[in-house]
Design a protein around this ligand. Structure first.
Ligand code: SF4
Length: 184
C-alpha cells in the first residue's frame, strides 16, 4: 500500500440486494476510523461505475448482464485486491436461482404469465442491459483474490480482511480464520 496517500477502497453492487453493503456498515463506529485511514472512491451511493485505480475493490452481487461484466472487468483492472463479497458474488446465490430455467422461460414468467406493469410484453430496448443466459459468480468472470461468503457476510470478516490488507499484510485466502465464514 502507498505510504504517501491514503489507500483507496471502492465498492460495487452488481446483481444483489445491497445487504452485503449493509453488513459493511455493521462494523459500526469503526467505519469512522476506517474513513480516516482510507478514501472511498466508488460506491453505489456515488454511482461511479468506472473507478480510478484502487487498493481494494469489494464486489457485491452476481454477474447478471453484460453491463455487470464490463463493470466487473473494469474494477478488476483497477484494483490490487478484488474481494467477492457475499454469497451472490461468491457462487451466485439468489440471482443464480434463475439458472434452473432458460432465460426465455424466466422472462415469460416475469412479464407474460404474471401481472406486470409493462402490459404483457417483455421489455426490450437499447438502454436495457442485455441479460446473460446464465447468472455467473464473480470468480467465473475475473480473477478473485478473496471470497467472503455469507448472506450477508459477517461484518467482522469484512473488518478483518480490510484491516489486514490496509496494514500491508496479505493473508493467504486459506488463512482467513474459519470463525469469520458464514455459510447461510
Ligand atoms: Fe443480498 Fe445475500 Fe446476495 Fe448479499 S449475498 S447481495 S445479502 S442476497
Amino acid at each position: 500500500m502507498s505510504t504517501t496517500t491514503k489507500p483507496k477502497i471502492a465498492t460495487c453492487w452488481l446483481g444483489g440486494c445491497a445487504g452485503c453493503h449493509m453488513s459493511l456498515l455493521d462494523i459500526d463506529e469503526r467505519i469512522l476510523d476506517l474513513a480516516k485511514l482510507v478514501e472511498f472512491t466508488a460506491s453505489p451511493i456515488t454511482d461511479i461505475k468506472r473507478p480510478p485505480a484502487v487498493d481494494v475493490a469489494l464486489i457485491e452481487g452476481a454477474v447478471c448482464n453484460e453491463e455487470n461484466v464490463h463493470v466487473l472487468k473494469d474494477f478488476r483492472e483497477k484494483a490490487k485486491f478484488l474481494i467477492a463479497l457475499g454469497d451472490c458474488a461468491v457462487f451466485g446465490n439468489l440471482p443464480a436461482m434463475r439458472n434452473m430455467f432458460t432465460l426465455q422461460e424466466c422472462l415469460e414468467e416475469a412479464y407474460l404469465d404474471t401481472v406486470s406493469t409493462v402490459n404483457g410484453r417483455i421489455p426490450t430496448g437499447p438502454d436495457l442491459p442485455k441479460l446473460l443466459p446464465k447468472v455467473l459468480p464473480v470468480p467465473h468472470v475475473v480473477k478473485t483474490d478473496y471470497c467472503l461468503p455469507g448472506c450477508p457476510p459477517d461484518a467482522e470478516a469484512i473488518w478483518f480482511l480490510l484491516t489486514e490488507l490496509l496494514a500491508g499484510r496479505v493473508p493467504e485466502p486459506t488463512r482467513i480464520p474459519y470463525q469469520f465464514f458464514k455459510f447461510d
